[in-house]
Design a protein around this ligand. Structure first.
Ligand code: CA
Length: 225
C-alpha cells in the first residue's frame, strides 16, 4: 500500500505519516494543493489522504482536476469542519470518502481499507493467478495446500505483478510504487526482492514464475506442467 498525504498542518502530517509507517504502508507527504495534485496525478498511489483547506489549491479543486485528468486513485478528504455541505460537495467532485478532524487512527485505517478494496462495486480481497492466491487482508500467499506469510515488500511487489499478470511491469514502476519517489532504492533492490519471491514460489511448488524481461521489467508466467 502506497499512500499520499496532502496536509499543510505539519504536526498532523507527521502523525499521519507515523500511522502509515506503523502499518508498514509506503508514504509520501506534501504540504500544499499544487504539490498534492502533481504527485497524485502520477497515478502511483493506492490512496490519497487530502486536506480541504490547503495553500495554493484547495482539496476540492485537487480532486476535481484529478478526476478530469482521468486519475481514479481513491481520495479521502479531511476537514476540520463537520459540515454536511462540505461532505456533499467533496463527494460530488469525485472524492471517495470523508473524515472529520479529529479522528482516531483506527477509523482512518478502516476507511483506507474500504476505499482501496472497492473497485467499481466489487470488493477485492484476494488476487488469483494460476495456482496462486494472494490474500490482501493478511499478506499470505496460498498454493494448493501450502500457505506462507510474505514480507511487506514481497507482498507489495507480488500484488503489483498479480494485478496485471499478462503485461510486463517495469522495474521503475515497482521502485516508485513500493519504495516511493524520494527513496534512495535502486534497481538492484527490486532484483533482490524478486529473487526472494522466486524462492517462495519454488518452495510452494507453484506453476507460476516471475520472468525477467531484460532491461524492462517482469511478468508472471504460468507453466503448463
Ligand atoms: Ca489545512
Amino acid at each position: 500500500m502506497h499512500v499520499l498525504i496532502v496536509e499543510d498542518e505539519v504536526r498532523l502530517a507527521e502523525s499521519l505519516q507515523q500511522i502509515m509507517k506503523n502499518q508498514k504502508y509506503g508514504c509520501d507527504v506534501v504540504y500544499n494543493g499544487q504539490d498534492g495534485f502533481d504527485y497524485a496525478a502520477s497515478g502511483i498511489y493506492d490512496v490519497v489522504i487530502l486536506d480541504i483547506m490547503l495553500p495554493k489549491m484547495d482539496g476540492f479543486e485537487v480532486v476535481r482536476r484529478l478526476r478530469r485528468e482521468g486519475v481514479k486513485t481513491p481520495v479521502i478528504l479531511l476537514t476540520a469542519r463537520d459540515d454536511i455541505s462540505d461532505k456533499v460537495h467533496g463527494l460530488d467532485v469525485g472524492a471517495d470518502d470523508y473524515l472529520t478532524k479529529p479522528f482516531f487512527a483506527e477509523e482512518l485505517l478502516a476507511r483506507i481499507r474500504a476505499v482501496t478494496r472497492r473497485q467499481g462495486d466489487v470488493i477485492i480481497e484476494e488476487l488469483k493467478v494460476g495456482d496462486l492466491t494472494l490474500n490482501l487482508d493478511n499478506y499470505t500467499l496460498h498454493c494448493k495446500d501450502k500457505t506462507i506469510h510474505l514480507g511487506f515488500k514481497e507482498f507489495e511487489i507480488l500484488r503489483i505483478l498479480m494485478s496485471s499478470p499478462k503485461s510486463v511491469t517495469q522495474k521503475e514502476d515497482i521502485l516508485t510504487k513500493v519504495w516511493g519517489y524520494d527513496s534512495e532504492a535502486e534497481d538492484n533492490n527490486v532484483e533482490v526482492y524478486i529473487s526472494f519471491i522466486r524462492k517462495k514460489l519454488a518452495y510452494l511448488g507453484s506453476k507460476v514464475s516471475v520472468t525477467t524481461i531484460r532491461k524492462i521489467g517482469y511478468h508472471l508466467e504460468v507453466k503448463d506442467r
